[in-house]
Design a protein around this ligand. Sequence first.
Ligand code: AHR
Length: 508
Amino acid sequence: MSPMKTSSATGADPSFKGKLTIHVDRPGATIHRNIYGQFAEHLGRCVYEGIWVGEDSSIPNVRGIRSDVVAALKRLNVPVLRWPGGCFADEYHWREGIGPRNQRPRRINTHWGGVIETNHFGTHEFFDLCEQIGAEAYICGNVGSGTPREMMEWVEYITSDSDSTLANLRRENGREKPWKLAYFGVGNESWGCGGNMRPEYYADNFRRYRTFVKNYSGNDVYAIACGSNGEDYNWTEALMSVAGAKMNGLSLHWYTLPTDVWAAKGSATDFREEQWHSTLRQTLRMEELIAGHSRIMDKHDPQKLVGMIVDEWGTWYDAEAGENPGFLYQQNTLRDAIVAGINLNIFHQHCDRVAMTNIAQMVNVLQAMILTDKGKMIVTPTFEVFEMYKAHQGARLIPADVSATAYKLGDQAIPSLSASASLDAAGKIHVSIVNLDPNQSADVSMRIKGCKGRNVTGRVLTADAMDARNTFEQPSAVKAENFSGFEMVDEGMSLHLPGKSVVVLEIQ
Ligand code: AHR
């Protein structure tokens, strides 16, 4: 047992009180490990530089994939990786990304900066990356500008162990055995960049294209339909009623902007408490969106056979000065770490329906885990949260009731605490708690029902400033540390959580 170090006890900082009860005696659904999924698009410096540097690069690499990034990602136990987009997916033609690299066509990446896409990172390179980091593959197919035949042949090329021409082409290109293709998306944002379709039209297209996504050689593809943009509940209703029986998963996209205005989202690093509060307010809407779409899915699918796949989420700020605005590069601060912790807690609470999520994106784009500058690499505060939370992967959700005074700014109020808990196969309990208030620490009385565990350890992520971040000059400015702000009491613990912090406790 560690002595509790509280500055509030000495009156040194303002604090508020909260209560948390976890019901270890009532374990619920499993938190699917895919809730910790990632997304890598051919966008800006995500794939090229962030992952792929080529075999001849002076940056250490294995078959062209940079080793520092792979080593960092392995620390996260990345369960699944979505690729190649995003909007890019509906312009991508897989045959252009196989065979000798110097013969692959050069295309214009029309969505993202108009730069040349060399196609040097294609199907073989993607599966090599998945194998290097230990992730399952989630490929998003091209509905917008591709054909059902193209989609069908891609799946055959990847997964068939037969003597077919396509399977043999894969062998000629260096891969004898088929890969496992676990997840396949039938189009991306078909309501927007993926074809500007109406829901009924896309629902019929989903039925058509999905028919040709086949299972070869024992591979069993989980087919994901393009879902709604934020609160477009009409899309979910149309998809579930017309095509619900033909899908395994239905996606949902929701990005966190500090404002509602796309043209003036706000800076990733230059913000005040007003933007801190509004960003957290916006991100908390994930709860209402998941609940709203779940209600519609429940109506059509009461057995919860169709998974909700939140395959794009995260913060989206104004492009950084000096960067190509089409590259969506942004820095990542403690604010992003708080956003990550809140969303992961929400996903846990809905794990009976949410089967996968994919934060956008893995390297150098939007709310990234990793930032690179040519040969240099740093991990972000968001990475730290994913590492702290990874113990929840595959564990059973434990009900967690949390209450505290609201965090108010002006006439706006949001919860000051967010929490979730789980029980893993080894009997260890993990509790993750976020203190959203940047100014006040939280004195939380935690009751543990149905467990006598008394060995407690913890990790905490916090910093003095809301905009604290890791840079190439100071790569460890925001880093998880051991947490000692707890004391065992009857039936539970007293916790002292610093302001603007994420804490994960392990109890056994
Ligand atoms: O993640 C960046 C973009 O956001 C994706 O390409 C698109 O699907 C979404 O609009």
